[in-house]
Design a protein around this ligand. Structure first.
Ligand code: NI
Length: 187
């Protein structure tokens, strides 16, 4: 998910050794493919999660799912403070929404669809169950932007982009514009 705020900076706490992944863009087919569950919780997975945070901050996003870095695995990272609060870092391995409440329609963007936004209806409150990078199960409730980010990233893990939630008119307009950009070599 793309950052909603106007000011974003790379956090100073990010270790220099982190791998910054290139973000996969629509219409790469990996973005529309359901992911495989995480089964191995080891040092490699913890490193992947940290690299995903670093890649997300570098791209000024508030959420990033593994398919967006070319890995069809059920893991995503979320930080709605965009790196400003280290305690806001959330790793979501094998997440599922267990409760949703209310509705809220807000503009949304995605690092894999850069430059385009659209209004998407999402639950106002969401409770999810997931595992952290160590494999420990937790439940977490999110409101507003956090609820939106949870839904957006879990969608990614099921091969669903925010474009699918837009009106057909808006979606087709964005797809046409992207096609033009691809033709011009500007995508
Ligand atoms: Ni996204």
């Amino acid at each position: 998910m793309a950052d909603n705020s106007t000011t974003s900076e790379t956090p100073s706490a990010t270790q220099a050794a982190r791998k910054i992944y290139k973000i996969v863009k629509y219409p790469d087919p990996i973005l529309e493919k359901p992911t495989a569950p995480v089964t191995k919780f080891d040092a490699e997975l913890e490193q992947l999660a940290e690299d995903m945070f670093a890649s997300m901050y570098a791209a000024q996003g508030v959420g990033l799912a593994a398919p967006q870095i070319g890995l069809s695995v059920r893991i995503a990272v979320v930080d709605v403070t965009a790196g400003k609060n280290p305690e806001a870092k959330i790793v979501l391995a094998n997440p599922e929404i267990i409760h949703a409440e209310g509705e809220k329609r807000e503009e949304e963007g995605c690092l894999s669809v850069p430059g385009f936004r659209g209004y998407v209806m999402r639950p106002h409150f969401v409770t999810l169950r997931a595992q952290n990078a160590k494999g420990e199960t937790f439940e977490m409730r999110g409101e507003d932007l956090l609820a939106r980010a949870f839904c957006h990233e879990i969608d990614h893990l099921h091969g669903i982009l925010f474009l699918q939630h837009l009106s057909m008119l808006r979606r087709d307009l964005i797809k046409r514009k992207i096609k033009k950009l691809i033709k011009k070599g500007e995508w």
